[in-house]
Design a protein around this ligand. Structure first.
Ligand SMILES: O=c1ccn([C@@H]2O[C@H](COP(=O)(O)OP(=O)(O)O[C@H]3O[C@H](CO)[C@@H](O)[C@H](O)[C@H]3O)[C@@H](O)[C@H]2O)c(=O)[nH]1
Ligand SMILES: [Mn+2]
Length: 663
């Protein structure tokens, strides 16, 4: 595991773009078109207003509006989301010129109004407008239906009539709604606005919808029919643009034909907003999102992170020198659009390609488009593109190009990463495993790095071993490590200090602080005992055909009490998740073994032999501190449920008995 990570240290790259030179090379009128894909899947878990903010922030890009189209995929198939977007389209007519005329850099309205924005009367007016929209959308979402007085035109009525009482999120026809067209709709300053298109693909119980990858493939096809831009940006609904010049940065690379013919995507990192000071859940994932991609960039390119990524459309249709043509010519990246997006033929074809049976007997998801077969469709797609011979790039400007929200409760974070575990195993143990398939196509170094992710969850084996074995042995006075006086002792000290120092150094060089790093290593041990174990088990059960699993959305709604605890840096256990059981058991075993070991060591009973074990148990205790607090000291709703504590106490006793029997 350690050696796979070393490849990322060999050729790290840090890039810089010189936007001021762009004008010397390209005229604004020659900019290539850009299609933006935004995914959302459930109006209750992903508040529509947050999706609206994502969309508004990219619609306000510093980019010619006639070249810009924003497609929103609503996998929840909800008229509430459509309603929110109808409101957003109206608000955009004010927001876009406001940003342009006042040179606003923060173009997500929510983030802008939260920051110390100017207090001019114009700002006040637009803020009021935003608040009214927000209230209206919130009200509609809370009630769960759209009352007649919210529908203002026949066109809107017609759109909502597509929902019948039979529609559910898993079973409904396609709805495609052009909310803004860049040759028709003008803002209040009489400039055209970008295209804004709502897409809810057809879903039926009888055909697999392939989660996010399926949604993105529908957008790939619908956008091919409507605008067919050569550049595609994918953004999740929990992110927003934090820099309106981001597409210009992309052009700095993309405009070079040499680069265009070799590179499939340019990945921007995920930076998060609202993380507490020492990032108690290590949600920034600094290593995965910021440190490693720089290293990968020097070897062949970063893996894909699902969001904040600019793709070349061509990359979805075979390798750089082996074009795979789609089943109908209208979907080809080479196809030239000669009709307006509102024309009936275009719409009819768009409806057809969004149908749930359209992909049957085609190459979509296998040779074309985003790839199916893994819950981490982003990792898998990026990997497949690299295997086909594409390269990719990592671009990390000083001002974060995108900002997003990370889960702020422990269980949300663990559930999210449990899904990732299942996803990476789906790749690791498939015919596409980096060890067998990747190695022939990627070379050794890239294979090592892809394997590092594919086999990421096997960390649970050493972590679980270290959490229990030395401690149980300590309780029974059995030494499992060399004595202080033996030369091997030094090896352990060297490995421990070396690994921790290297880890710390990496972290701090990526602008991390000591408390952040401390939490990062704590969460690493927690993962090993929770989501890594449970994800592996889930994957095993699935492989044996005993259970199935889906894409469990990461929760994006938080209650006030929870976010207050988060701001105070207090761990949130709250729900009785089975994942907490091994964690709490480990916490108790470490405590028990340390307490029982201490008097023995003081008495001088074999202290030389037990020192490392005492150290590990002590280290475990320090790391488990929030768990003890949550177990006994706290009274709030985030404390550890009594059920978990009791189960863990029983297991601790059982382990103790078994161990004394064995040792
Ligand atoms: O059936 C689905 C499921 C999810 N989504 C969308 O996928 C995105 C990511 O979902 P989220 O619940 O936020 O998952 P995260 O774990 O936070 O996302 C990370 O991991 C995913 C892979 O598991 C990647 O797709 C994401 O880009 C990456 O940020 C969201 O916009 C969802 O709306 C869909 O469109 N359809
Ligand atoms: Mn997310």
């Amino acid at each position: 595991m350690w050696s796979t990570a070393q490849a990322a240290r060999l050729y790290p790259i840090q890039r810089k773009e010189f936007l001021e030179n762009l004008d010397k090379v390209i005229k604004r009128s020659d900019y290539p078109a850009l299609d933006v894909f935004i995914c959302t899947a459930d109006p209750t878990k992903e508040p529509p207003m947050s999706v609206v903010n994502t969309a508004l922030s990219v619609m306000a890009y510093d980019y010619p509006t006639e070249k810009l189209s924003v497609y929103v995929s609503d996998d929840g198939g909800s008229e509430l989301t459509l309603f929110a977007f109808m409101e957003a389209a109206k608000f955009a007519a004010h927001w876009l010129p406001f940003c342009r005329e006042n040179n606003i850099v923060q173009r997500s309205p929510e983030a802008y109004f939260e920051s110390n924005c100017s207090s001019s009367s114009q700002t006040f007016k637009i803020k009021t407008m935003y608040e009214i929209m927000k209230m209206k959308v919130k009200h509609v979402v809370e009630r769960g239906k759209i009352s007649d007085d919210h529908v203002t035109s026949d066109e809107e009525r017609k759109a909502f009539n597509q929902w019948t009482h039979k529609c559910t999120s898993q079973n409904h026809p396609t709805v495609i709604q052009i909310l803004l067209a860049n040759n028709k709709n003008m803002d209040v300053s009489r400039n055209f606005m970008p295209n804004l298109i709502y897409v809810s693909r057809e879903k039926s119980k009888t055909s697999h919808h392939r989660f996010k990858a399926g949604a993105l493939n529908v957008l790939l096809r619908v956008s091919a029919v409507m605008t067919n831009a050569p550049i595609i940006l994918t953004v999740d609904c929990d992110m927003y643009s934090n820099d309106p010049q981001t597409p210009l940065r992309v052009l700095c690379y993309y405009w070079d034909p040499e680069i265009r013919s070799k590179y499939s995507y340019i990945q921007f990192p995920q930076h998060f907003q609202g993380i507490n000071k020492s990032d108690i859940y290590a949600c920034q994932l600094k290593r995965m999102y910021q440190i490693q991609p720089m290293g990968l960039d020097g070897l062949g390119g970063p893996d894909n992170a699902g969001t904040n990524c600019f793709f070349s459309r061509r990359a979805f249709f075979g390798g750089p020198s082996s074009f795979v043509s789609p089943e109908i010519p209208e979907l080809s990246p080479l196809h030239v659009i000669d009709k307006s997006i509102q024309s009936p033929e275009v719409l009819a074809l768009a409806y057809r390609v969004a149908g749930c049976n359209y992909e049957n007997k085609t190459s979509w998801g296998y040779k074309i488009g985003f790839r199916y077969g893994s819950l981490v469709e982003d990792y898998f797609t990026g990997y497949q593109l690299h295997c086909e011979g594409w390269m990719s790039m990592f671009c990390n400007p000083d001002r974060p190009s995108f900002l997003g929200h990370a889960p702020i409760s422990l269980v949300d974070m663990l559930n999210q990463q449990k899904r990732w575990v299942v996803g990476v195993y789906e790749v690791a143990f498939s015919k596409f495993s980096p060890m067998t398939y990747g190695i022939k196509r990627l070379g050794l170094l890239m294979t090592l790095l892809y394997s590092q992710y594919a086999f990421w969850p096997i960390w649970s084996i050493p972590i679980t071993t270290y959490a229990f074995l030395p401690q149980l042995a300590l309780i029974n006075q059995v030494c499992v490590f060399p004595k202080v006086s033996e030369p091997w002792f030094l090896l352990y000290i060297f490995l421990f200090l070396g690994a921790y120092w290297q880890d710390f150094f990496d972290f701090v060089s990526a602008n991390g602080t000591f408390p952040m790093w401390w939490n990062d290593q704590r969460i690493w041990t927690i993962r090993g005992l929770t989501c890594f174990c449970f994800g592996s088990l889930e994957f095993l059960l699935k492989s044996l055909g005993i259970s199935t699993h889906g894409f469990s959305l990461t929760n994006k709604v938080v209650d006030d009490e929870q976010s207050k605890r988060y701001d105070q840096e207090i761990f949130d256990f709250g729900v009785p998740s089975p994942m907490f059981v091994p964690l709490t058991t480990a916490a108790l075993i470490n405590l028990v073994s340390f307490t029982l070991g201490l008097p023995q060591v003081f008495k001088g009973n074999n202290w030389e032999g037990l020192l490392i074990q005492m150290f590990i148990a002590g280290f475990g205790i320090v790391n488990c501190w929030p768990i003890y607090e949550a177990m006994v000291l706290r009274k709030d709703n985030g404390k550890l449920p009594a059920k978990i504590t009791l189960t863990a106490a029983f297991l601790t006793w059982a382990l103790y008995m078994v161990a004394s029997f064995i040792f």
